[in-house]
Design a protein around this ligand. Structure first.
Ligand code: GLU
Length: 494
């Protein structure tokens, strides 16, 4: 069998959005699974809308996600003369023709056809113009487009879509479509095929929104004597209101960059995006890279559109809850050194980094991350709810403050008194802190839970967390004592 070759051909007119990333991931997985090649081709023929920033953003996004490619980036615009030459060849071989119909004429015909409830496809007025007549019109300066001459056949053209099964269309239903505009520029439909032939693409995995192109592109492959690739059209991704996810409708909240900024691990995002439109028979959700490459198959791609359940207006659900739970899974489970690398970047950006975390306090840093990561959903949580372990200006969760401290007037005195005792401890260990706290509660005749919850919120700002004595040991004697002594000021502020 010849080499399996796939491509990811984004149009660089904006950032890399989750739909585009998902397409890239599917193509990449298929290439990797079959020992094939993935080609990155930037489809930048639309010079007005393509930007350098967008190209950089797309490449940056792919690199961040860990989607590597084997060839490219190639730039479609560099092959413009080849696209023109192919169009000319089709013209010379009589497989395409010049059409001199004006926009006004075409509009009038379309309107008349609509009124008469007739087919609105182009009626073929210029299809049989002689070469001489065409040359004469062109010489007189009449603008023209080039249309593909759809063969007159009684029957169907079709292909076996790897996701949707047999797709067919009757030849008579296909209009002689334009392949070169009146300004001489070939259309995307043609360029895309010419490039796929040159790049020897064997499989095309793309969104169902391209299906109307596919039938016409099959005609182009035939006319160019090239074998057509295998096609697999993926379902679309919809928002909760069942609208297609797009840059235009949803803005930056559907960009890969947004997820990066929100503290996603790249592989967690890949894992989540794959599940939007693909599944295994046992609906498994977590895959390592190797497992995913092994498990991936076109047969697992769903036929139905999938819903990306995000609520951009709600800060808690800025994304699909499943995306968050998958991210949380990876935060909990990746090797701690790997996590530390990600957290270091967050800390540096937030001004929380201390060089000792890479030096003499490395062990403390790693074990603290290991302790707090079990409750976190994104990397941002390490500088948010996790901040109290690393800095003194940490935020208080309002509910925690009310429930664990402000509701209990007695703690205003109890916690500073406890602080005075803790200050005298010569050892600061799980055992010594536990004995001190429990002994104190007993002597004061209050429940240990009241004191423990109060300590938790006073020293971490949070409602819940790891075992309190682990927390106290991690935060350290001096900080714990100081924070407990400051409890009265919380009542004043609250
Ligand atoms: N440039 C096209 C797009 O971004 C590629 C379509 C294709 O995969 O053929 O939608």
């Amino acid at each position: 069998m010849s080499e399996v070759r796939l491509r990811f051909p984004p149009s660089p007119t904006g950032y890399l959005h989750i739909g585009g990333a998902r397409t890239a991931i599917f193509n990449w997985l298929f290439a990797r699974k079959h020992g094939g090649k993935l080609i990155l081709r930037i489809e930048d023929t639309d010079a007005e809308r393509s930007t350098k920033e967008s190209i950089e953003g797309i490449i940056d996004g792919l690199v961040w996600l860990g989607i590597d490619w084997d060839e490219g980036p190639y730039f479609q615009s560099e092959f413009a003369s080849e696209h023109v030459a192919v169009a000319r060849r089709l013209l010379e071989e009589g497989k395409a023709y010049r059409c001199f119909c004006t926009k006004e004429e075409l509009d009038a015909k379309r309107e008349a056809a609509l009124k008469a409830k007739r087919d609105i496809k182009y009626d073929g007025t210029c299809r049989n113009l002689s070469k001489e007549e065409g040359d004469r019109l062109e010489a007189s300066g009449r603008p023209n487009v080039i249309r593909f001459k759809v063969p007159e056949r009684d029957g169907f053209i079709g292909y076996d879509d790897k996701v949707l099964g047999r797709i067919e269309k009757h030849y008579s239903e296909i209009e002689d479509f334009v392949i070169v505009r009146s300004n001489g520029r070939p259309l995307y439909l043609l360029c895309n095929v010419v490039d796929d032939i040159r790049d020897r693409i064997t499989h095309v995995i793309r969104g169902q929104d391209h299906m109307t192109n596919t039938i016409r592109q099959l005609l182009l492959y035939e006319a160019l004597d090239a074998p057509a690739p295998v096609f697999a059209h993926m379902p679309l991704t919809l928002d909760p209101k069942k609208r297609k996810i797009s840059k235009r409708t949803h803005g930056e909240v559907v960009s890969v960059q947004f997820y990066r900024e929100k503290g996603f691990l790249p592989w967690a995002l890949v894992n989540f995006l794959v599940l939007l439109g693909w599944h295994t028979s046992d609906d498994r959700e977590i895959f390592s890279k190797e497992e995913l490459i092994e498990a991936f198959s076109l047969e697992g791609i769903s036929k139905a559109n999938s819903v990306f359940n995000f609520h951009p207006g709600d800060p808690k659900f800025f994304t699909d809850p499943k995306a968050l739970s998958i991210n949380a899974h990876y935060i909990r489970n990746i090797p701690i050194e790997e996590l530390a690398g990600y957290v270091e970047k967050e800390f540096r950006a937030a001004g929380l980094w201390d060089d000792s975390y890479a030096g003499e306090r490395r062990q403390w840093f790693l074990s603290t991350l290991d302790m707090i990561r079990t409750r976190f959903h994104t990397l941002k949580d390490f500088v948010g709810p996790g901040r109290a372990y690393f800095a003194d200006d940490f935020p208080f969760d309002e509910k925690a403050l009310r429930k664990n401290i402000l509701k209990h007037d007695s703690l205003k005195e109890l916690l500073p008194t406890l602080a005075n005792e803790l200050e005298l401890l010569e050892e600061w260990t799980l055992e010594s802190t536990e004995a001190a706290v429990r002994g104190f509660a007993e002597r004061m005749g209050v429940k240990a839970g009241l004191i423990i919850n109060g300590i938790r919120t006073a020293v971490t700002g949070q409602l819940k967390g790891a075992g309190i004595f682990d927390v106290m040991v991690a935060i350290g004697q001096e900080r714990v004592v100081r924070r407990l002594k400051e409890v009265p000021s919380l009542y004043e502020a609250g």
